[in-house]
Design a binder for this molecule. Structure first.
Ligand code: 13P
Length: 274
């Protein structure tokens, strides 16, 4: 079955929520979404490192995957401030995000850094979510497609097709669309960029595997724009910051988009809600 038959919905809580608040958020989301089967919806939350263990104890990979916001390059060493893949495994992380816009632009991580992090995450068997996105300047110069291709080709340099098939997800998060000053991407622009990402993934891994890698959109997603985004054929899920930090809001977005996604896939199940 294609990995794209289900909808992917997740949140990155950035440097918000202490472990107590993160666990509360997870518990509420679990309660709200308990009727939706995992083959219909893949939910995930990417909290601060200190919240992973408490959250992983409360949930399962099938219900809600719990992820880390980055990963170091090595298992151990003189890397103050980094986090080891062994540490993430031991606390129960399922997923690792690499190359978030804030890592690239606030902490100046390069494509080559991201490549090493991706390699480490995949080698340690984490589902790996590589984030890519062009800056406003790149968009204005008309080189978004090229910028995305560079980030993908360098970031995924060491990933094999079979690893990609099993473990890789991509988030398209245009830098200009993220956060409090972000302007959400217009849905047709987002769809076109997802198409470019899918074309690059097909070039890297072949069309069968490259075309089956989930590509999620992130950047100022909210209840108002989520429906338009999810109607786009190249958008396989949504990766949300502020709009999902309240579990009830997140659930409202999920309830709004899931039927549309199902309709798009022609897979509304008779006799069941989903
Ligand atoms: P916002 O939805 O708050 O713009 O953040 C998106 C994001 O950075 C997800 O990783």
């Amino acid at each position: 079955m294609s990995r794209l038959s289900k909808l992917y919905m997740g949140t990155n809580t950035k440097m918000y929520k202490t472990p107590v608040h993160a666990v509360r958020h997870l518990a509420r989301l679990t309660e709200l979404c308990s009727d939706i089967p995992p083959d219909v919806l893949q939910l995930f939350i990417i909290p601060s490192y200190t919240s992973i263990e408490g959250m992983a104890k409360l949930t399962t990979r099938d219900a809600i995957m719990v992820g880390a916001q980055s990963i170091g390059y090595e298992e151990e060493g003189q890397y103050t401030g980094e986090i080891s893949p062994l540490m993430l495994s031991e606390v129960g992380a399922d997923l690792v995000m690499v190359g978030h816009s804030e890592r690239r632009h606030t902490f100046l991580e390069s494509d080559f850094d991201e490549e090493r992090r991706v390699r480490c995450a995949i080698e340690h068997d984490f589902t790996t979510l590589l984030c890519v996105g062009e800056t406003l300047e790149q968009k204005q110069y008309g080189v978004s497609r090229e910028a995305l291709a560079v980030q993908l080709k360098i970031g995924l340099h060491s990933v094999t097709a079979s690893q990609a098939n099993d473990k890789l997800w991509i988030a398209y998060e245009p830098v200009w669309a993220i956060g409090v000053n972000g302007v959400p991407a217009d849905e047709s622009y987002a769809n076109a960029m997802h198409g470019e990402i899918k074309a690059a993934l097909s070039e890297i891994f072949g069309s069968e595997i490259g075309g089956d890698i989930p590509v999620l959109y992130g950047g100022s997603v909210n209840l108002q724009n989520a429906e338009k985004l999810i109607r786009q054929p190249n958008i396989d899920g949504l990766f949300i910051g502020r709009g999902a930090w309240d579990a009830d809001n997140f659930n409202s977005i999920i309830r709004a988009v899931l039927p549309l996604f199902q309709e798009r896939k022609g897979s509304v199940r008779s006799g069941k809600e989903w």
